[in-house]
Each structure stands twice: as structure tokens, then as C-alpha cells.
Ligand binder design. Structure first.
Ligand SMILES: Nc1ncnc2c1ncn2[C@@H]1O[C@H](COP(=O)(O)OP(=O)(O)OP(=O)(O)O)[C@@H](O)[C@H]1O
Ligand SMILES: [Mg+2]
Length: 249
């Protein structure tokens, strides 16, 4: 087992907030795994992954990615990580092609290589015919799929996705999950994803961590978590451990 991400005693308290959004969390992410970070609204998922992406720094604790930290190896860390944010981060008046070519050039990918990757990814995600349409004309599910491609054009070792399947129909949801599964099995890309959907996470993730109110409640291999707790599903594990339902359901 090789460790890709090592998070130790991580805490973050926003200015003027009554309590920490992330409170003394530690876990590791193995290379090649699909790691699900689950928890209800306000649990601290986005705060935690924002620190992992280097968007802002923690108050306490350390994050190391392949032994490197954002504080001392900012450029290397950025190259290793791909981020698909919770909000759509595309220019609405540009086409999918223009958006992706622009972002790819920012990553420093050669034009010929970039054209190939953009064409291939749009086609895998069923957007070939919409390549030269403006994003503003896309449906929510189509935007999500382009948003996804935008995060991985530079072939990151670690792909971080913040609720990639929220607000999309069943077809888009399935296309997104299948696509991610392929990236994991075929390219060995390590994936960290946050979600409220316990069933989807159970099917998709090799490892799961559940956080609530800034704290880590439980973590482990998906199957092991279920059997150790003598449960039939991750949802049952969650209910058994917290004794309460997800607040957003
Ligand atoms: N920029 C901010 N300033 C102050 N408080 C914040 C900020 N961002 C988040 N919070 C607070 O920190 C806590 C954790 O929020 P966070 O967005 O990390 O949760 P989340 O698990 O991603 O929730 P969701 O499922 O709704 O996306 C919440 O109490 C939230 O109100
Ligand atoms: Mg969030």
C-alpha cells in the first residue's frame, strides 16, 4: 500500500465562526483508491478539500501529498491535483471547446496533445455534437460533464470532486460515475469525492470517511465498514453510528 495523501490533525476555524468547520481530522488516502468523503450539509467537506487543494491554509495540522506540502512545494502540489468544484467554473459565453482549450493552455499542455484530450473526453461523455455550442445553451447535466473534464485535462494523480453528481439527471449521473470509474481503473487515477448520496458512494468508493460537525466519525474500506458494524449498507452504518438521519434528506 502506497500513501498518496496524509492528513494529520487538521483543523480550520473561519474568522468569527463559533466553532471549527474542520476539527482535528486525520486520515490517509491510498494511491489508486476511490475515497468518499461523506457527511451532511455543513459537515466541513468543502472546507477540508479546499485546504487539500491549497485554496487556503489550515489553522493546525498538516497535509502531505506524495510527501509534499502546499506551503513548501506549491507548484508540485498543484500539478499533482485536479479539482472539480461544487459550483460550475466555466465561461458561459464561450463554447465547451473554447473553455477547455483555454484551461488546458493555462496548465501548459501542448496544443496538439490538448486538442486530442479535449476531443476524446467530450466524446466519451457524450458531448461530441455540442463541442462548439456555448456553455450558456447547455443543460445542467451537460455543464457538470464539461466542468468535470476541465478538472482533469492535465492528467492529475489525484482528482478531487466536490459533489459531482448533484442536480443532474440519472443519465448524466451514471455517465459521470462510469467515466470516473474508468479513470480509476484504466489510468490508476486516485479519486477523492464528496457526496450526500450514501448508495452512490457505496457502489463507487473503495474507502469511505464520514464526517459530521467538523469531526471524523468513522473511516475504512467500504466493505469492511459495513461488515465490522454488522450492517447491510453504508446508510445503515451511518445511522447506527450517529443515531440520526442525514439532515438534508
Ligand atoms: N467562507 C466561510 N466563512 C465562514 N464560515 C464558513 C465559510 N464556508 C463554510 N463555512 C461554515 O463552515 C461549516 C462547514 O461548511 P462546508 O461548506 O465546509 O460544509 P459542507 O460539508 O461542504 O456542506 P455542503 O454539503 O452543504 O456543501 C459550515 O458551518 C459553514 O457554514
Ligand atoms: Mg460543500
Amino acid at each position: 500500500m502506497e500513501i498518496l495523501v496524509d492528513i494529520k490533525n487538521l483543523s480550520k476555524k473561519y474568522k468569527d465562526a463559533p466553532r471549527p468547520a474542520v476539527n482535528d481530522i486525520s486520515f490517509i488516502i491510498e494511491k489508486g483508491s476511490v475515497f468518499g468523503l461523506l457527511g451532511p450539509n455543513g459537515a466541513g467537506k468543502t472546507t477540508l478539500i479546499s485546504m487539500l487543494c491549497g485554496l487556503f491554509s489550515q489553522n493546525e495540522g498538516t497535509i502531505s501529498i506524495n510527501g509534499k506540502t502546499h506551503q513548501s512545494n506549491s507548484k508540485e502540489c498543484k500539478q499533482m491535483i485536479g479539482v472539480v468544484p461544487q459550483e460550475i467554473a466555466l465561461y458561459p459565453k464561450l463554447t465547451a471547446w473554447e473553455n477547455l482549450m483555454f484551461l488546458g493552455h493555462m496548465y501548459g499542455i501542448k496544443t496538439s496533445e490538448l486538442k486530442e484530450r479535449v476531443t476524446k473526453n467530450l466524446s466519451i461523455l457524450g458531448l461530441h455534437e455540442n463541442t462548439h455550442q456555448k456553455i450558456i445553451t447547455y443543460s445542467g447535466g451537460m455543464k457538470r460533464r464539461v466542468n468535470l473534464i476541465a478538472g482533469l485535462l492535465h492528467n492529475p494523480q489525484l482528482l478531487i470532486l466536490d459533489e459531482p453528481t448533484v442536480g443532474v439527471d440519472v443519465q448524466s449521473k451514471q455517465a459521470i460515475i462510469e467515466y470516473l470509474k474508468n479513470l480509476n481503473t484504466e489510468l490508476g487515477m486516485t479519486i477523492l469525492y464528496t457526496s450526500h448520496h450514501l448508495e452512490e458512494a457505496e457502489d463507487f468508493c473503495s474507502h469511505i470517511a464520514i464526517i459530521d460537525d467538523g469531526k471524523l466519525i468513522t473511516q475504512g474500506k467500504t466493505k469492511q465498514l459495513i461488515s465490522e458494524n454488522d450492517c447491510k449498507s453504508i446508510e445503515e452504518v451511518y445511522l447506527k453510528i450517529t443515531g440520526s438521519k442525514f439532515r438534508d434528506k
